[in-house]
Design a binder for this molecule. Structure first.
Ligand code: ZN
Ligand code: ZN
Length: 402
């Protein structure tokens, strides 16, 4: 028996005036989700705890059964692992932005004119510089984003960001947040790295061309979110299941990698329908697959109600092929957190969940939504309960007691 866990990122929402008091999930036409809800057991989930607003990273950790309080060490390491950098436990990783500064070091554009081309060439040039005492690896991600890993030495994540997080002010020097020599050498090493990388960026042909074309050059890296890579019990060891992960978002791919899931090829250009086929095909090879679909969360951060409703309907159409899988195996569908169109951000409201498969105690819920699922047989559970319930349904759980 196998298990497919579908995480519809940020699909849950609050009732909206623009939808006459319905949530986007209630307003959307979701015949497949409704059918799965009818044939399964529903409930609502506080992925972290009631009222706690989860990030996608902490929510995914919790759903996979990892305590987010101890296993989450900052966004840097998860983002870095997600873009494909090899981050080992104990190493320090940071998130980076290609940005534009003027001659006096004032940040003109935190996204370097939304640069989308040539960042791999810039990354190669950056990786060719040497900084005394610091071994590093930089990798570009989507758009203006990138990640940096420090290895081969004693480094600390107790340092400040160089990113001022706003435009019109100077880039900050990285500073140590504690008196330790390690934190001070890390800060000094990163300041040297920023200066050296700035030199190669300023004269790089990609930027020379951008300036000629009247576009903003990516002439500096802004660093933020330093974190020490965690050491987590691999998923396979924890549950005895061979696990895979399908996600287009670097952050979720990074969570998968740290948890020991095999992260399959997929990128933001891969369509939802194709991802759905990849997920079903992957069930031949894996016992467990986490399948993250990002579309509804993206629409939420854009604050676009109609786009969110359409994204949910698109997700629903892909799930048409998942019914059959749930005849002999388990299919769980939930959101990682609520995402509010009004706030264009995540909230701490619980999310709906459905589990379908052999011998589940079906309930009276016949549509899949935030409010209908609240009347389901799973009642109100927490993120880490999901894996326990699935493992038990798969008859793989250990007895507690005699
Ligand atoms: Zn999310
Ligand atoms: Zn989000």
């Amino acid at each position: 028996m196998k298990c497919l866990l579908v995480i519809c990122d940020g699909m849950a929402d609050r009732p909206l005036k623009a939808l006459s008091g319905r949530t986007p999930l209630e307003a959307a036409n979701t015949k497949n989700l409704d059918a799965i809800a009818k044939g399964g057991i529903c409930g609502i989930v506080d992925t972290i705890a009631p009222g706690i607003k989860p990030g996608s990273d902490t929510a995914h950790l919790a759903i996979l059964g990892y305590d987010p309080i101890t296993s989450y060490t900052g966004r840097g390491p998860f983002e870095a692992a997600g873009v494909g950098l090899d981050v080992k436990p104990g190493e320090i990783a940071l998130r980076c932005n290609f940005a534009t500064v003027d001659d006096s070091g004032i940040v003109v554009d935190r996204r370097a004119g939304r640069i989308s081309e040539g960042t791999n060439e810039l990354a190669t040039a950056i990786n060719n510089i040497t900084v005394p005492g610091v071994n590093f690896m930089f990798k570009e991600s989507t758009g203006h984003r990138g990640a940096l890993v420090l290895s081969g030495g004693e480094f600390s994540d107790k340092i400040t960001d160089s990113d001022p997080h706003k435009e019109g002010v100077k880039v900050r020097e990285v500073d140590s947040l504690e008196e330790s020599v390690t934190a001070q050498t890390t800060a000094a090493g990163l300041n040297s790295f920023i200066k050296e990388s700035q030199k190669v960026l300023e004269s790089h042909p990609v930027n020379v061309k951008r300036i000629q074309e009247g576009r903003r050059p990516a002439n500096i890296l802004l660093l933020r979110g330093a974190g020490v890579a965690p050491s987590l019990v691999p998923f396979g060891e924890k549950y005895g299941l061979k696990g895979g992960c399908i996600a287009t978002v670097a952050l979720v791919r990074g969570v998968g990698r740290f948890c020991g899931l095999e992260v399959l090829d997929a990128d933001p250009s891969t369509g939802i329908a194709e991802l759905g086929s990849i997920a079903l095909e992957a069930m031949d090879e894996f016992d467990f697959v986490l399948f993250n679909i990002k579309a509804a969360d993206d629409a939420t951060h854009d604050g676009n109600v109609q786009k969110k409703v359409k994204a949910i309907e698109k997700i629903d159409s892909v799930l048409a092929g998942f019914h059959e899988f749930a005849q002999e195996n388990y299919l769980a569908i939930l959101s990682d957190h609520t995402s509010s169109i009004t706030l264009k951000n995540h909230t701490g409201d619980p999310v709906p969940v459905v589990i379908a498969g052999p011998e589940v105690r079906t309930d009276d819920v016949s549509t899949f939504s935030e409010r209908s699922a609240a009347r389901g047989g799973l009642c109100r559970i927490k993120g880490p309960d999901i894996m326990n319930i699935l493992i038990d349904l798969m008859n793989r759980s250990e007895k507690f007691g005699a």
